[in-house]
Design a protein around this ligand. Structure first.
Ligand SMILES: CC(C)(COP(=O)(O)OP(=O)(O)OC[C@H]1O[C@@H](n2cnc3c(N)ncnc32)[C@H](O)[C@@H]1OP(=O)(O)O)[C@@H](O)C(=O)NCCC(=O)NCCS
Length: 157
């Protein structure tokens, strides 16, 4: 358990059903994840390789969350770094990044990557992340997930 002047926090690598609901609420407040559906969030958590979370030990509530997708050799990609609004600027974001960058399974990985807005670059630079990727560019194909199309078709029929 991590003792601080604030309520003590507990690190967890698995989320309960209640935590997932709290994560879903946290997602609603962020620019990239507002509108995510609770059933999709359950699948996201289930299919992520590593979960990093801190909970308030007194209430059990989720205070901070991040997740990683990785092949455990070449690449690990960090997603959804979020500290609950009430717990920001207390060092929890630092605790998340410390936990990720020191995780034993990720010490063997060549690249730890993430994407973020320009204003977050100084935050991640503290852990050695760089935005200088030479000629590499992030590319994305936007598509309507088949799962959603299938449920629309089911409703229509
Ligand atoms: C970004 C976020 C995770 C930071 O968490 P936090 O708990 O408030 O941050 P911490 O208190 O651990 O701060 C650690 C250090 O980072 C700095 N920092 C915090 N937010 C920062 C920001 N947005 N930009 C630059 N530095 C920042 C702090 O000043 C502190 O620096 P210090 O160690 O020199 O004192 C949190 O504000 C958050 O959840 N924001 C909304 C979601 C989001 O934007 N996530 C990032 C997606 S890429």
């Amino acid at each position: 358990m991590i003792e601080r002047s604030e309520p003590p926090l507990q690190f967890v690598s698995r989320l309960t059903s209640d935590h997932i609901e709290q994560l879903w609420r946290m997602y609603q407040g962020e620019w990239w994840s507002g509108g995510r559906k609770i059933e999709d969030v359950r699948r996201v958590v289930q299919h992520s390789d590593l979960i990093f979370a801190f909970c308030d030990s007194e209430t059990g509530r989720l205070a901070a969350f991040a997740r990683v997708l990785t092949d455990f050799v070449y690449k690990a990609f960090i997603f959804d770094v979020i500290v609950d609004r009430q717990h920001r600027e207390l060092g929890l974001g630092k605790m998340l990044l410390d936990a990720i960058t020191s995780h034993p399974a990720l010490l063997f990985v060549e690249h730890i990557e993430l994407y973020c807005r320009d204003e977050m670059v100084p935050f991640y630079q503290k852990w050695g992340f760089t935005a200088e990727l030479r000629s590499a560019r992030l590319m994305r194909k936007v598509q309507e997930p088949l799962f959603k199309l299938a449920s629309v078709a089911t409703k229509a029929s």
